[in-house]
Write a protein that binds this ligand. Sequence first.
Ligand code: GAP
Length: 591
Amino acid sequence: MEKIVSLCKRRGFIFQSSEIYGGLNGFWDYGPLGAELKRNIKESWWRSMSQLRDDVVGLEASIIMHPRIWEASGHTSTFSDLMVDCLLTKKRFRADQIEPQSGTAYFYAGATSHSGDKECADPFSVLIPFGKPPESARRVALEFYHQRGLGNPAQLLGERAERIEKTTRYNPENGSLLTDPRPFNLMLKTYVGPVESADNVSYLRPETAQAIFAQFKNVLEVSRQRTPFGICQIGKAFRNEINPRNFTFRSREFEQMELEFFIRPDEAVEAICGSVARPAGPGHPGEPQPNWGWQLWHQYWVEERLRYYENIGLPRASLVEYWQKPEELAHYARATVDLLYKFPFSKRDEQGELTGEELEGIAARSDFDLSQHQRFSGKAMTVFDEELKAAWPRLDEPKRAELSQRYFEARSRYLGKVGEPAETAEKLARKDVELLGKGYYVPHVIEPSAGVDRLALALICNAYCEDQAPDEKGKMETRVVMRFHPRIAPIKVAVFPLLKNKPDLVKKAKAVRDLLRPHMSVFYDEAGAIGRRYRRQDEAGTPFGVTIDFDTLGEKGPALQDTVTLRDRDSMKQDRVKIGDLEPILLEKIR
Ligand code: GAP
């Protein structure tokens, strides 16, 4: 990973934010190559999620929204991580990131100052590895009581030792006791307007998804879509992460690419189609069908997203499909699949295999989100479904009763979980059933939610490669090459005149650059030996290099005139191609 981080800085993919002031933990800037890479990621995502589909439209919402949105979504009350502080250094950790440790814990009931005139009765303890002398624990404890005003040396009171296995109660860096875990809300707070009062508190959004739910009705109206359909958005999100780490993997400012795909509740599908199709097995279920319920839509989006990653160069073997266990699921989620990438810093399993870290989550979120905004805003989030209205009266009575009962149970369950009193929940759920019979329901949602920065990091890790290539004199040397897929590579093609002091070569090379520029990102380079220029582009991950030489000028006769060499970064093979053919050849490879 160190080599990758250093290349990112050296070649201008990623810089530390505010570096000249010592940096700001959890914030990153993208340099020229990183900015192009991120743009390509976002464009490829948008293209696959919206541009190439009839059933997904886009949204670009504000980052700061009405604070009630975060009450409805649950972020104000529950969007928190448990954190612990080191009692000695005050360093903060996420409780779930403390690795279990075993050792001897030394407990102290308090301490008195050397002269005996001051006393501190705060209990404290220190964990040290088995076999280490107790002095090392005492040193840490003395520092703790010193900080409480006892001076050093002090007299430790009531020392007691105990063997402890697999505890997460101690700072792994110094053995000091940690505070009890406390929830810490991850939303970044700000004030809207000139007055810093509780009434003006607002938040930088911690996810882009909620804006999609809040604008659901507006988008539905103007786009003339019907369920199933989706709304997608790319944008910044902010989380005051307790422990940003692993380079850009866990940042405090990052970008998300989220789709909310709205579907009929299964009861509506069954009323219209007679039954709900179930997954026939693993893999892509094929073209969407009207009889799909949430399970098949969920499976469809998991497979679509895997295809997307493969399409931009992440091999299937580098990805892990992790199905969250029932106890890990949010209370409203029916299923969530995390797509993990095997980052070099991922943990290893017992077989030594990288286990992977989350790139994207694909959640079947039921009708929770829109229902919450309906409750909190008082605005109906239901859609009218003509086909359901027509189908409902045609159902026989037992079927109607069965579907009504199932829908009633699902709606009462949701209303109960969000705290409606039993009587109100029952009344509201009965009303929902009545509405269903008239063709109205709150859509369910499947949410594929990905991070741009995590994907950029995965693509960088995946691309990094060292191989052997001949230098100027034909001697083999180590070459660092970023094997980005041409679709995602920051620069698509580099154009080189063989020599920079030959005006005819330079003029022709600039003409080739100008020919290609409107269609793709081109880098023109005339500085240094051609071999070194190739190496620079290999490190930048540029998949193709075009060299203009004397043959291009017609020095070996008309057959080679206006042809160039086209070099492939990975095989280093060079083909002679006509200038006129360059654009279609390259476009085919980068699209
Ligand atoms: N709307 C659902 C949602 O936000 P999430 O799993 O919290 O779900 C979705 O976030 C994606 O956003 C993650 O899979 C990850 O790619 C990205 N992400 C989340 N927190 C991040 C962070 N602190 N730094 C970088 N990316 C992050």
